[in-house]
Design a protein around this ligand. Structure first.
Ligand code: F0G
Length: 537
């Protein structure tokens, strides 16, 4: 199946079934709302927007099967039926390749054969993978459901710190390398006194011809292997609790990671005897890039590519608000008897038991992890739908279409497009003007885009990453980007056309985009969620 048809447009993979009307909001009304919310993008009421590209997280339009699954939600405190189907969907998606069991269908079809339900769902005995079952999950817990990705991160990194302090004495320095830590991942690592280190390849902003986006991809999200190897040599195994790979690499313009790179990182991790973890938020989109662009994978199914990717991981944390195709959910999964479990279990205590205790104290019983039974059912279905090739090709095709159209209008967009978002390069956008880096031109652009056209995007540059609060060395790592993250299954061609028209018009009139001053809270952490701003017209 091709990504685009002969006309150069994505092949439709769904149609609307329920619609949400967009309100008629005037320019003056938007101006008032902007003023009264201190021009902070995160505090603008979503209901007053035409289009919202703030995040692809949790903003998915669910499928009819997912909505049907909600009705089967079981809100029991212990071992609700969704728990079993969700765990089996995790096995399906990450371990079973082309042979998923789709156990959720037993529930959706109202199966009444009790023996069958016990044998195939409630009393199975899996072990050795990411999701132990029954007594194995009790004695060696390795699957932890959480409300979202950052909760899984908190669970993992606080536990790593605790165990290392017990083993080696408190307060020692540790590092966790990644091809690109997401902001909450980095923050959760740092909050536990461990240093997050980014090792993405150089060249993400290098030009790439938009005409070639359908035929080539340089996998700009890859880990910089030379840097990683030198780092492992320098710091040594004992100071690096895990190596992380984020797929796709959200911090690096949503770019995919090649299987070649995953294999090479896995080899280094094995050589140094360090567990390899994935931040797997957009694993399915990453697999679609591998199928389309990596040599040797053209004939492979998405499911079998996902299986191969995850066969190289010792564990993963995941936000299921992305490629879970759900509005909420996350999890932490450890390979049964794997490297991580061996390294972080003590003579006294299995690390899974420790994690489970924390999960219960913070998020609720381990069979729901702070999710409602309804959400768990929707997730179990979503995980099986997200590996559908038609859906994925339509999804990454739409992102590519938006990037290609903007590029044709001359707008400086990072190419090739990533899976979930397109990113504008604001240094090139304002090239030749008197806009300086600390005038926050990217923020000025997002304010004008919202004010004039009701479209919300997000600056991920000198404002969000606190350029003015950083030293010269830290400033080197800050890219000057604006991100448009596309909600899954929510927007169609007319939304893309409206966006291209609006952004192109602003680009033509870029000399009128205001500089922006921070009026309140410049020194706050995570300030893009909190700070007050003012455009200077
Ligand atoms: N890791 C990556 C790569 C992410 O993109 C995100 C969230 C998380 C972890 C945390 O997951 O939100 O469920 O707690 N990214 C969203 C975004 C918020 O807009 O990019 P979460």
């Amino acid at each position: 199946m091709k990504l685009m048809n002969e006309l150069g447009v994505p092949v439709p993979a769904h149609k609307s079934h329920v619609i949400r009307p967009i309100k008629d909001v005037t320019l003056e009304q938007r101006e008032r709302a902007l003023r009264e919310t201190e021009y902070n993008m995160f505090s603008f009421p979503a209901d007053l927007l035409v289009l919202d590209y703030l995040s692809d997280s949790g903003s998915t339009a669910m499928s009819e099967l997912q909505w049907a699954a909600l009705f089967h939600g079981d809100e029991s405190y212990g071992r609700n039926k969704g728990y079993y189907v969700l765990l089996d969907s995790i096995r399906d998606t990450f371990e079973r390749g082309d042979s998923p069991r789709e156990a959720f269908k037993l529930i959706l079809s109202g199966e009444k054969d009790v023996e069958k339900l016990m044998d195939e769902l409630y009393l199975t005995k899996e072990e050795g993978g990411f999701v132990n079952a029954g007594a194995n999950q009790l004695s060696r817990p390795n699957a932890f459901i959480t409300p979202q990705g950052r909760a899984a991160e908190h669970l993992l990194f606080s536990t790593i710190r605790e165990v290392l302090d017990e083993m080696n004495g408190p307060g020692k320095p540790y590092w966790i390398p990644n091809n690109g830590h997401f902001d909450t991942t980095g923050a959760n690592i740092a909050a536990n006194g461990i240093e997050p280190v980014n090792m993405f390849q150089p060249g993400v902003l290098e030009e790439f011809p938009w005409e070639k986006m359908d035929s080539e991809n340089p996998f700009k999200g890859d880990m910089d292997l030379e840097r990683l190897e030198a780092f492992l040599k320098e710091k040594g195994r004992e100071n690096i609790p895990v190596i992380y790979l984020t797929i796709t690499n959200n911090t690096v313009a949503g770019q995919p990671v090649s299987l070649n790179n995953i294999k090479a990182v896995h080899k280094l991790a094995t050589q140094y005897d360090i567990p390899l973890f994935f931040d797997a938020c957009r694993f399915a989109e990453n697999a679609a890039f591998i199928k389309q662009f990596e040599k040797g994978y053209e004939q492979r199914s998405i499911r079998s590519i996902v299986q191969e990717m995850f066969s190289l991981a010792d564990g993963f944390s995941i936000s299921l608000k992305k490629d879970g195709l759900s509005n909420i959910g996350g999890g932490l999964f450890l390979r049964d008897k794997g490297e991580f479990v061996k390294r972080f279990s003590t003579a006294k205590e299995d690390v899974g038991v420790r994690l489970k205790e924390k999960q219960i104290v913070w998020f609720g019983n381990d069979s729901y992890g702070a999710l409602s039974g309804r959400d768990i059912m929707a997730l179990a279905v979503g995980l099986n739908e997200v590996v559908d090739q038609s859906y994925l090709y339509n999804r990454i095709g739409q992102t590519r279409l938006l990037a290609g159209k903007l590029a044709q209008e001359g707008v400086p967009v990072v190419l090739p497009a990533g899976g979930h978002a397109i990113y504008l390069d604001m240094n090139r956008f304002f090239e030749g003007s008197d806009m300086k880096i600390d005038d926050f031109g990217g923020v000025g652009f997002t304010i004008e885009l919202l004010r004039n056209y009701g479209i919300r995007a997000c600056e991920l540059g000198p404002f969000a990453f606190e350029w003015d609060q950083k030293n010269e060395e830290q400033r080197q790592g800050i890219l000057n980007l604006v991100r448009f993250a596309i909600p899954r299954n929510a927007y169609s061609r007319e939304h893309i056309d409206y966006t291209v028209a609006a952004v192109s018009e602003l680009y033509k009139n870029r000399d009128k985009i205001p500089k922006v001053k921070i009026t309140r809270g410049a020194e706050l952490r995570l300030r893009h969620f909190q700070t007050g701003l003012k455009p200077v017209y």
